[in-house]
Each structure stands twice: as structure tokens, then as C-alpha cells.
Design a protein around this ligand. Structure first.
Ligand code: DP6
Length: 364
């Protein structure tokens, strides 16, 4: 396609509205070739830990998460046909290093799918502390996938958007949806295309749980080992990885049932054992990856105390020292007080189930 034809195609495509069928999100791009999207992080109750394909970001196991109503990421993508290269800012500052490269690689994928070569200007505002195991890449790539698809004129339904977000960061595939979400590992026995098509997220039905997630930020700084590097090392070297991957299948089946009947105690127990098992796989990696700090363990002790006192409270941790405590919404303030006492000055946030990613129109 020549430059002129390309420009015409972009104009035509971006004049159309973008469809995210299942959620009936419908928003016009705010100016020709520009769109803004917002997405929330999700916390896995059954973890994604380990890839079977690094390029396509295909996971070894299915995972299941709750989307939060806090820490949204807002991303604006604007095509810049006259610019020589992509311009990427995070929180108003030019993005650097790996963060910048991952965004540009993702834009290259969107450009390839759209058949449009223009560079873009990407502005991202994260309200979640970056790199602290609080899933900033999930909200980040979900918002980027939605905004970039719209700006480049891709007409994708929400399943295709979930697959696209997956290519930025696996957990981002789940942030397209609100509440409880499962991400299918997909077919491992076919072609790359079949594998890609079969690995996407979708909502999971849940009974009347009314849950809250109390987030204890014991350390908001960036981590020493990225989750990407840590999961690779775990798959390659940990003798505990395969047993965990096998038991995670049973955890997921049990979790679906527990969610369906709205059994918060069972949901919490399964989530806690799945997360502790994931951390065990890392501790057994060579060399070991240890995200859990003394402050993490102090918070875990406080969760045990809450349970001994009859409060349904269950912990989960991701690739970082911070602890997320699942409890009943009605107990959230009490749980937050106890956890605050244990978190040694760390910030405490109370999250509840949040919405899926959406495009914003000009007035927000
Ligand atoms: C521990 O989605 O950040 O939070 O696909 O390499 O970008 P990449 O990894 P990422 O990993 C998240 C791992 C986790 C568990 C989870 O969210 O399921």
C-alpha cells in the first residue's frame, strides 16, 4: 500500500466506530486516528505462571482473576503520520528501556494487523505503583490494546482484543473484562494460529460473593527480577514447576465451582494454596527467586490471626512482596485495620470487583 492509500485507509478506518461486541462498548475515536482507553488491574486467584510460547505469550496453564475497581490506567494513542518514530510517555515522562521497547513492539504488532505503518504518540497515566507486583502491565496493556486498536482502525470484538492484549502481557488479556475472568491457555496440539486463536479470556459466572481485596503495599518499589524473567527461570529450572502446573488445573476446577456457589471461604482457600504453591516453585528455581519479604510474612501471620478470630480472610501474592487479602466486603475495614498494623507502615487499599476496559469519548 502506498503512503497516500495508507493515509486514506487510516482516515476511513478511524472514522468508523470501534466495536467491542460483548460489552457493547461503542465509542468513536476522539479525533482522526486517536483514541483513549481506561483499564483496571486484575489479581489472579489462580495464577498464570509459566509460558509455553514466549513470542505469542501462550501460558502453560489456565488462570482466573478478579478485576479491581482501583488503580486504573488511562492510555491515549494518537497516530502521528509525520513523526519519524513512536513517542511514548509514562506519567508525562518519556518511557525508557524495556518499558518503552515493549510498547513499541506491541505497536508494531497492531500496525502489522492494521496494515498501517504510521508511528504513534502514546501517553499513559498509571495510578498503580509500577513494577511492584500489582499488575501494572495488566491494566497497561489492556488499555493500550484497546486504544491502539481503535486509533489504528482495527475492528475487533472483545475476544480478539483480549488475544491482542495478551501479546503485550499475558495477564492483560484478563483486564478486558470486569469481575471474575478466566484466561484459557488454549490448544497446545495445533498450529501457532490455532494456539493463538484459542488463548483468550472471558468472564466467569459467580454466585453472590460480595468480595473485597485488601491490598497491603509493603514495598512499592520496582522488583529486582521481572515477573517475565522469573517465570522463565522457574519453568526452566524448578523441579516443583510441573507438579504445581498439574495441581493448578484441579485448583481451577475447584475454583469455578466455589465461585459458582458463592462460597467465599472455598474461593479464598483455593486462591491462597495456589499462590503459595506458585511461590514454592520460584523458591525451588535455580537460582531461587524470592519475592516474599519479612514484611510479607508478617502480613501473612496477621491473615492467619484473622482466620483464627473467625474472619474469612485469605492471602494471595504475585511477583512482588505485596499481599492482597480476599475477604467479605462487610469485613474489609476490619481486615484493613489488622493488616495495616502488620504492614509496617505500608499503604493499604481496599478494592472491590471492577469494570472491564473501555474507550473514553472526548469528554471522558
Ligand atoms: C504473578 O502478565 O506480568 O501476576 O506475560 O510476561 O508480561 P508477562 O507476565 P505478567 O505475569 C503475571 C504473573 C502473576 C500472576 C498472574 O497475574 O496471573
Amino acid at each position: 500500500m502506498g503512503a497516500e492509500q495508507q493515509a486514506t485507509a487510516v482516515r476511513a478506518a478511524t472514522d468508523t466506530t470501534v466495536r467491542a461486541a460483548d460489552t457493547a462498548v461503542r465509542a468513536a475515536t476522539d479525533t482522526a486516528g486517536a483514541a483513549t482507553a481506561v483499564a483496571h488491574p486484575n489479581i489472579a486467584l489462580i495464577k498464570y505462571w509459566g509460558k509455553r510460547d514466549e513470542r505469542l505469550i501462550l501460558p502453560r496453564t489456565d488462570s482466573l482473576s478478579m478485576t479491581l475497581d482501583i488503580f486504573p490506567t488511562t492510555t491515549r494513542v494518537r497516530l502521528a503520520p509525520d513523526a519519524g518514530h513512536d513517542e511514548v510517555t509514562l506519567g508525562g515522562k518519556p518511557a525508557e528501556g524495556d518499558a518503552r521497547q515493549r510498547i513499541i513492539t506491541f505497536l508494531d504488532l497492531v500496525r502489522e494487523l492494521a496494515g498501517v505503518g504510521h508511528p504513534a504518540v502514546v501517553d499513559t497515566e498509571n495510578t498503580v505503583p509500577t513494577g511492584a507486583g500489582l499488575a501494572s502491565s495488566a491494566s497497561g496493556f489492556a488499555a493500550l490494546a484497546l486504544a491502539a486498536a481503535a486509533a489504528y482502525g482495527l475492528d475487533l470484538d472483545v475476544t480478539a482484543l483480549s488475544r491482542l492484549a495478551r501479546r503485550g502481557s499475558g495477564s492483560a488479556s484478563r483486564s478486558l473484562f470486569g469481575d471474575f475472568v478466566v484466561w484459557h491457555a488454549g490448544r497446545a496440539d495445533g498450529t501457532d494460529e490455532e494456539a493463538d486463536l484459542s488463548s483468550y479470556a472471558e468472564p466467569v459466572p459467580a454466585g453472590p460473593l460480595d468480595p473485597a481485596l485488601v491490598v497491603a503495599v509493603v514495598n512499592a518499589g520496582p522488583k529486582d527480577v521481572s515477573s517475565r524473567a522469573a517465570m522463565r527461570r522457574t519453568v526452566d529450572t524448578s523441579p516443583l514447576y510441573e507438579p504445581w502446573a498439574v495441581s493448578s488445573k484441579d485448583d481451577l476446577a475447584d475454583m469455578r465451582l466455589a465461585l459458582g456457589r458463592g462460597d467465599l471461604e472455598a474461593v479464598g482457600e483455593i486462591a491462597e494454596r495456589n499462590a503459595l504453591g506458585m511461590h514454592a516453585t520460584m523458591l525451588a528455581a535455580r537460582p531461587a527467586v524470592r519475592y516474599l519479604s519479612p514484611a510479607t510474612l508478617t502480613v501473612l501471620d496477621s491473615v492467619l490471626r484473622l482466620r483464627r478470630d473467625g474472619v474469612a480472610a485469605y492471602a494471595t501474592m504475585d511477583a512482588g512482596p505485596n499481599v492482597k487479602v480476599l475477604c467479605r466486603s462487610a469485613d474489609a475495614d476490619r481486615v484493613a485495620d489488622v493488616v495495616r498494623g502488620a504492614a509496617q507502615g505500608g499503604a493499604i487499599h481496599i478494592a472491590r470487583p471492577g469494570p472491564g476496559a473501555r474507550l473514553l469519548n472526548e469528554d471522558g
